[in-house]
Design a protein around this ligand. Structure first.
Ligand code: SF4
Ligand code: SF4
Length: 168
């Protein structure tokens, strides 16, 4: 059976890699001069400087509160039901009338509300399902934790005064 020789004969220039090295050095020098003389950087000094993300960015969850710092959540379980990652766990109880933000008798409240952020895929379904605009995904992208337990957000961690999707 005939064989095809596909090996290529390299020129001296190609063997010394000179053109490729010079092109690489030209790009390096261009970036260096842009940064050094024009102060034009593609990177930022995080965490001193932070990027502004789009309002549509879906980061850390929060539960909004009213002016009395009572959570707007009425423990209806819609977010828990719709969550594809099954990472929301709510325990409900009856709310005291004087704590009722909607003036409705027999309103419910969450006794505990946990979100396992390591299971969450940040799809935003919980936010869309919530009839009280209580659960939202903020633009906070700083989610680093040092243990698995810290990644489970409880009600105290989630309750925030918010302005839209940003913390006040
Ligand atoms: S963003 Fe999606 S996966 Fe995360 S808690 Fe909400 S519904 Fe569940
Ligand atoms: S956060 Fe919204 S959807 Fe979830 S239980 Fe509370 S009121 Fe219902």
């Amino acid at each position: 059976m005939a064989t095809i020789n596909v090996s290529k004969k390299y020129t001296v220039k190609e063997k010394t890699y000179l053109p490729a090295i010079l092109i690489g050095m030209k790009i390096t020098m261009k970036r260096f001069l842009q940064g050094f003389l024009l102060r034009k950087h593609d990177t930022i000094l995080y965490p001193e400087k932070k990027r502004d993300y789009s309002d549509r960015f879906r980061g850390m969850h929060f539960i909004s509160v009213d002016k009395n710092k009572t959570e707007n959540c009425t423990a209806c379980y819609l977010c828990e039901t719709v969550c594809p990652a099954e990472c929301i766990h709510i325990v409900a109880d009856e709310r005291d009338e004087d704590q009722n933000p909607y003036g409705v008798k027999k309103e419910k409240k969450p006794v505990s509300f946990d979100i396992d952020s390591l299971r969450c895929c940040f799809c935003g379904f919980c936010e869309e399902a919530c009839p009280k605009d209580a659960i939202k995904l903020s633009t906070n992208y700083e989610l680093a934790v040092s243990s698995r337990e810290e990644a489970i957000y409880d009600l105290d961690h989630l309750k925030r005064e918010m302005n839209g999707r940003s913390e006040k």
